[in-house]
Ligand binder design. Sequence first.
Ligand code: PGA
Length: 253
Amino acid sequence: MRKNIVAGNWKMNKNVIEAQQLMFQLLEYKKKNTTNCEVWIAPPAMYLMMAKDVFSHNEIGVLAQDMSEYESGAYTGEISADMLESIHATGTLIGHSERRQYHGETDSHCNVKVKLALDKGLTPIYCNGETLEQRKSGQHLEVVKYQIEVALFTLTAEEIKKVVIAYEPVWAIGTGETASPEQAQEIHKHIRTLIADKYGKDIADEISILYGGSVKPDNAKEIFSQPDIDGGLIGGAALKVEDFAKIIEGFNS
Ligand code: PGA
């Protein structure tokens, strides 16, 4: 059975005091409440060790926001899969649209990173999604197909089972505009069908596919209730414990 997951992407927010405060608030929340999903956070890289200390019993999974496509060496500013493995991180985001937009990341880079992460026992959360122009011109299904094929279809069946996919339409990220539950479900189903066609239905049914893009406390429940949506990748609303908690509770019946 695939997992339900709510993951918070903190992006480049919070100084050290604020980051620590939010981590302790989340820890307290997690201790007091039973959640019907796994809860993960992706804080800025410099707070990863702190997060591992705060969540010392894995109450909350700890993700990097990105990881290098190289194993080690002269790559200033980068973090390696080996480093993440050595702190027992849960995994890493790969191919977030902001990495694509500002750092020229492509699906071929993502393909290398996904494989490297898997080789180190890390869960890759592979992010993909179309731009507004692509959606307006009716290319969204094709774009997503291309992204999934290039980044993931060199993996074996055993490998792809361990990948988490986050469908994040670029036009819905940080804009306050959300894909409707039906629009999101259409793409999630499309992704699952692509995987089923290549690897078989059993494998496709095991993969968690998250939706990202302006998920908020008031729309989470409806989005998560779609049959092929297994949780969310949350940006802005992950920065306040109250909002993030309400989104997590979108999985409570
Ligand atoms: P948002 O960001 O929730 O602020 O739209 C989502 C993301 O970028 O993962």
